[in-house]
Design a protein around this ligand. Structure first.
Ligand code: M7G
Ligand code: MG
Length: 321
């Protein structure tokens, strides 16, 4: 990572963000948060991830000569170029590894939204990949399961399930170290309008027919019988079927219902990375970061702590300047 310390003019020529931009992102997203969010590198990396999203979605969009980075590249850039993070550059590989393993331990909640016939459910397609999953996401620190489900479904589909949600009606499965709970929200009208509130997270939303989702096996990643690529959908279908068999749908299956899934929202420019829909972006609250059920600091942090005092000092200097 040597040689990235350049003046802003030169930096822009090869697409590297100028120092001022990185400093601004660092102070806005990483330094300017409650002290308790800076107590572990796992939490700090979630802040870096927000800064990365802001960089990709706003800075690059406004100035296309800026390069796009993976989260790992962006993290490295930020650590190498921001004074408060620089002392930890040597540990960056461990910090990143611990963050990735922490991320997959954070419990996830979401919803299985069924239409009024109980024959279709809402699935969302990720921005980067090509697979479909139930709207769902990682729990923030101290957030209750159902509150996370309501928030994530709202972020990813624009639909507020709070009025429909029954805290006792859910299917929960464990994948490796991750607990996934999906609340069953049944009887939603199929002319409900859906559109994600986050930018570049979701590329498509559709009512998918349950009978089209039947997979060849129970794998986490599977294909439905019509070739739909599914992520963490198939393992829920058996329990969902038995739930449906014991509940009466508000309306009988319509004979004229299309045999295929029905797209209800699609981004204008998904996966090309150029532009996106006109939906507003939400930057989640800076004080709520995901946290596993049994939070434990990553291995490599047992021997060193993030020095918050240097951050406070840096902020004082910045504000008094
Ligand atoms: P997440 O919020 O990390 O997962 O988003 P969760 O919903 O399971 O909690 C999943 C993936 O969507 C991320 O790894 C990103 O690739 C992408 N993504 C999510 N958000 C909120 C954004 C965003 O605001 N901007 C961009 N560019 N990508 C996002
Ligand atoms: Mg999310």
């Amino acid at each position: 990572m040597s040689g990235i310390h350049r003046s802003s003019g030169a930096a822009l020529k090869n697409g590297l963000p100028p120092q001022e931009l990185l400093d601004d992102l660092c102070s806005r997203f990483v330094l300017n948060v409650p002290k308790e969010d800076l107590q572990s590198f796992e939490r700090i990396l979630f802040l870096v991830e927000y800064a990365h999203w802001f960089y990709e979605d706003n800075s690059v969009e406004k100035n296309p000569s800026l390069k796009s980075f993976t989260l790992k590249e962006f993290t490295s850039l930020l650590f190498n170029r921001c004074d408060v993070l620089k002392p930890y550059v040597a540990h960056l590989d461990d910090i990143f590894k611990d963050f990735t393993s922490y991320k997959v331990r954070v419990p996830v909640t979401g919803a299985i939204i069924l239409d009024e016939t109980y024959e279709r459910c809402v699935l969302v397609k990720g921005w980067k990949g090509s697979s479909w999953s139930f709207p769902r996401g990682k729990k923030s620190k101290d957030e209750e399961d159902h509150a996370c489900a309501i928030r994530e479904v709202l972020e990813e589909t624009g639909f507020d399930v709070s009025k429909f949600l029954n805290k006792d009606e859910y299917i929960e499965l464990i994948f490796g170290q991750q607990r996934v709970r999906l609340y069953i929200i049944a009887g939603v009208k199929d002319d409900t309008s859906f559109a994600p509130l986050t930018k570049k997270e979701i590329s498509e939303i559709a009512w998918q027919r349950l009978d089209e989702l039947q997979p060849a096996n129970d794998d986490v990643i599977s294909r439905g019988i019509t070739g739909l690529k599914l992520y963490m959908v198939a393992p829920f279908l058996a329990s969902l079927k038995s739930w449906i068999s014991t509940h009466q749908s508000p309306i009988a299956p319509k004979p004229d219902m299309p045999l295929k899934g029905m797209c209800v929202w699609k981004a204008k420019n998904s996966s090309t990375g150029n532009s996106s829909s006109s939906s507003p972006m939400i930057m989640e609250s800076q004080s709520t970061k995901p946290e596993p059920d049994n939070p434990a600091p990553g291995k490599s942090f047992r021997n060193f702590r993030f020095d918050t005092s240097s951050i406070l000092q840096a902020m004082e200097t910045a504000f008094s300047a």
